[in-house]
Design a protein around this ligand. Structure first.
Ligand code: BTN
Length: 326
């Protein structure tokens, strides 16, 4: 969809009533015949648009794709999501967002894809990204903080994601598995992959990549035991544009608050309340070593706090956590 077509969709989706052709011409600085050409394009992409002589155009049917024009009616935040760069197929939204960030894209810009051919997970894994069912997006952030604070963002995003998910589907038993997963009934629903470009004292940008299994009705055999979707948990379809907007609506205020604080202390009650690992015996795989202990909380720096076998406190800043007993 080209920029003008996308702008017409945005105008139509945020209008309360019919929008006249004249108004669209004036807003976008294009001719009537150009407006008509873009309306035809939108219809060919699956949008239902009623045209009534003397009244104009009314959007009466949408596609459910997470494009700007469909996300905007649900957005209530101020800065995030002003730009949503939609791709029917991307290799990885994180890769595209990094390229945009290098070119100077502003904070709050979002790259979203309907499908990914090379979706990236943590630890070099692949994020399976089939078309038309899930959400795959990356948010560009430019926090003016030392790079040592950046890992805290993953936990901030996890809290925002949990809030967004339970706003969309009240009662969803979504828990945060430190540091970057949201699980429901022991299976993974969302993953977060933050990548940054920084110097020790300065963060140039962070690309916060988020994958949420939304309407996927079947998991591939190799993921059946460990992954789930909102559809599989709740037995209904959900609006991807609405969920994307809810995530941005919840991330922005938490992020703004975090920028004014020195650490995550203000969020610890939420983090611990929704932590899957709280008070559990775990082992942490750090590739070159394994740590074991009972989780006693999350430190204000974002580290997982364990009590080891000898009663000592261990602060874990990286690695993959596993429950010793499920
Ligand atoms: C993980 O749990 O391992 C993190 C998964 C992150 C997946 C998302 S999908 C959108 C963005 N683009 C990517 O290539 N990865 C992230």
């Amino acid at each position: 969809m080209n920029d003008v077509t996308a702008q017409i969709l945005t105008c139509l989706s945020t209008a309360d009533d019919f929008l006249s052709g004249e108004r669209l011409c004036g807003t976008l600085g294009i001719t009537r015949s150009a407006v008509w050409k873009h309306i035809r394009q939108l219809r060919s992409e699956g949008y239902q648009i009623d045209a009534v002589t003397g009244r104009g155009y009314l959007l009466s049917g949408i596609t459910g794709r997470p494009v700007h024009g469909e996300v905007l009616p649900f957005l209530t935040c101020q800065r995030f999501g002003t730009t949503i760069d939609y791709h029917a197929l991307a290799t990885s939204t994180n890769m595209l967002a990094k390229a945009l960030a290098v070119e100077g894209a502003p904070e709050g810009s979002v790259v979203v894809a309907d499908a990914q051919s090379g979706g990236k997970g943590r630890m070099g894994r692949t994020w399976i990204s089939p078309p038309a069912v899930n959400l795959y997006f990356s948010l560009i952030l430019r926090p003016a903080v030392p790079s040592i604070r950046v890992p805290q963002l993953t936990l901030l995003l996890a809290v925002a994601l949990r809030r967004a998910l339970t706003e969309l589907s009240p009662g969803l038993a979504a828990l945060i598995k430190w540091p970057n997963d949201i699980l429901v009934n022991g299976k993974k629903l969302c993953g977060i992959l933050c990548e940054m470009q920084s110097e020790p004292e300065m963060t140039h940008f962070v690309v916060a990549g988020i994958g949420i299994n939304v309407n996927q009705s079947e998991m591939p055999p190799e993921l059946k035991e460990c992954a789930t979707s909102l559809f599989l948990e709740r037995g209904q379809l959900f609006s991807r544009p609405q969920l994307l907007a809810l995530v941005l609506n919840h991330v922005e205020p938490l992020y703004d608050e975090w920028l004014h604080q020195d650490d995550l202390a203000f969020m610890l009650p939420s983090l611990e309340q929704y932590s899957l690992l709280q008070s559990k015996e775990v082992f942490i795989d750090q590739r070159n070593r394994i740590l074991k202990g009972t989780v006693t909380g999350i430190a204000k720096g974002g580290e997982l706090q364990l009590q080891g076998g000898d009663g000592e406190t261990i602060l874990v800043s990286s690695g993959e956590a596993h429950l010793l007993k499920k």
